[in-house]
Design a protein around this ligand. Structure first.
Ligand code: SAH
Length: 223
């Protein structure tokens, strides 16, 4: 019980109070959706970063997770999650870029089924371990190049891409259901990427820019 408290509720810088303060900051930055704020409040982000960085887990910043990758800034995770909830709760969500598993965990508290792919094996293995430890059973995660999406379980009502492609791969757009939404940072230059929200209609795709963002690059091939 004591160990469980330390692990999941945390002490001091990793406590429930630290998470609640983060929620207050996100609200101030404009995040409104109650389910998103609730998911952030209950998810122990300090378990998704290296122990040496856990005291910084509830700052609203991206942090390194190894292999040259980062866990996204909480505000961006919240913004992207809120953006796919615009038309209601999607049944099935595909995430490309599992990374630490934090974004997938936030999604798992809101939507029925999360599918997540990661090209770096080491990160995927660690993320799956976290899902097990947190007893999350509605995330299906696999080691794979997300350029091709996850064709066996398509279509998805929403797709979240957490690394920035120069151009969105067609196969990903094709795995979106009609009426579904994709949230994706697009652009090569890290300081000039645009976070786009793309709605699939009966016969086309409608895109809207949400804001300027800075994501790690989308890369093809497995590592
Ligand atoms: N959603 C993650 C953010 C991780 S950073 C989190 O919450 O922690 C983005 C991740 O995308 C990196 O781990 C990177 O390896 C992965 N990535 C980049 N290109 C990819 C691709 N083509 N297929 C799958 N994963 C990819």
């Amino acid at each position: 019980m004591v160990l469980d408290n330390i692990l999941h509720r945390g002490v001091g810088m990793t406590s429930q109070r630290a998470r609640d303060r983060l929620v207050v900051r996100l609200r101030e930055k404009g995040i409104r959706h109650p389910a998103v704020l609730k998911a952030i409040a209950r998810t122990p982000r300090h378990l998704f970063v290296d122990e040496a960085l856990s005291h910084r887990a509830y700052e609203d910043n991206a942090l390194p997770i190894g292999n040259g990758q980062t866990i996204s800034q909480p505000y961006i995770v919240a913004r992207m999650t809120e953006a796919i909830l615009e038309d209601g709760i999607p049944d099935r969500v595909l995430e490309v870029g599992t990374g630490s598993g934090y974004q997938a965990t936030i999604l798992s508290h809101i939507v029925p089924a999360v599918f997540s792919v990661e090209r770096i094996r080491e990160l995927l293995v660690q993320a799956k371990k976290r899902f097990r430890e947190l007893k999350i059973s509605n995330i299906m995660a696999k080691h794979s190049d997300g350029t091709m999406g996850w064709p066996q379980t398509e279509p998805y009502n929403a797709i979240i891409i957490t690394a920035a492609p120069e151009m969105i791969p067609d196969s990903l757009l094709e795995q979106l259901s009609i009426g579904g939404r994709m949230i994706v940072p697009v652009g090569q230059d890290r300081s000039m990427q645009k976070l786009q929200s793309i709605l699939r209609t009966e016969d086309s795709y409608e895109s809207q820019v949400l804001e300027t963002v800075s994501f790690v690059p989308f890369r093809s091939g497995k590592a």
